[in-house]
Design a protein around this ligand. Sequence first.
Ligand code: P1T
Length: 393
Amino acid sequence: MSDYSSFRFATRAIHAGQTPDPVTGAIMTPVYQSSTYAQSSPGVIKGNYDYSRSANPTRTALEANLASLEKAQHGICFASGCAALSAVIHLLNQGDHVIFNDDVYGGSFRLFDQIFQRYGISYTQVDMTDLTALKQAFTPATRLVWLETPTNPTLKIADITAIAEIARQHQTMLAVDNTFATPWLQNPLELGADIVCHSTTKYMGGHSDIIGGALMVNDSSLSERLHYIQNAVGAIPAPMDCFLLLRSTKTLHIRMQRHCENAMIIAQFLENHSAVEQVIYPGLTSHPQHATALKQMRGFGGMIACYLKGNIKISRQFLENIRLFSLAESLGGVESLIEHPAIMTHASIPDLQRKKLGISDNFIRLSVGIEDVEDLREDLDQTLNRLLIPPSS
Ligand code: P1T
């Protein structure tokens, strides 16, 4: 396979991991929809493949492509972002301890809290923007720091370089969930992380039509262990999903560019609207970690959070009436989505903790798509203006 590592992002996105099909010359990597592969003699395989749980050619191409985007040596793909996180936790042993963000994605919290805690893996949650709190959270049993930045849904930005250094001092592995940023905006391995994780369901897939996950690493023995877990546990993506994802990454750079442009315009618009109490967007100078975002990201992404002026009734009215933003979980697709984290994506976070984090009844999350930004702005403006009309008595 050709080496594209010396090329720039867009070239790697389009070419890495893929060569014309040796039999037909097909430019697109075929969907190798086969569970098994013929052997010439017992145990003697013809190529690199014997069974598709272990490896599949469409998946191999995808794994090389994703690794290239993160400038990693190895990529390992999974059936979902949660399956990728599970594989990382499967590296641990009973009695080990994990530190992760206080405002991590609800499904990631649920995995640590409801599944792996039962197997004797304990955890501490900290605000990763508070490095003193992070240092205090380490115990002699800490083996993994799981870092989401930007966080879902409150968009906090943590300093990856500083956290990598702290993790290194404690001989602890650092895994960064790079789902919100994508490799177009941020490369955690270059900042000292050991593992990068993606829910490829989101921006990498970009079209809201697949569920997937991926891990990227540089260390060969870590890659071997993760491939072993991938095969042993079996949470692998189907060939068709690998094909769709390979097609999607070819446009990641242009999609992300537009997501960032549109989100900045929408964030500025929301910040000036009288129905909105507060806007959280890493690109705004009002964002508490704007300087950290500037330091480690090449843009600020397509996700915005905001507080409406009002209560749950106002939130419902807004979410039921907005037209171009579909009310749905998930994010990162070409189409704009909007949701209510307290009721939807972060319902598995205990009530008290949600309140402490500011995931309240008037808290809304927007995934700004790549539609015409004027249409998005007009849609938001009309719907927000209606919230300002006092209900007739
Ligand atoms: O849904 P899945 O592909 O398993 O990905 C899980 C996941 C992991 N990490 C982050 C940062 C995520 O946002 C997610 C999934 N998030 C949503 C479905 C959501 O609407 O926030």
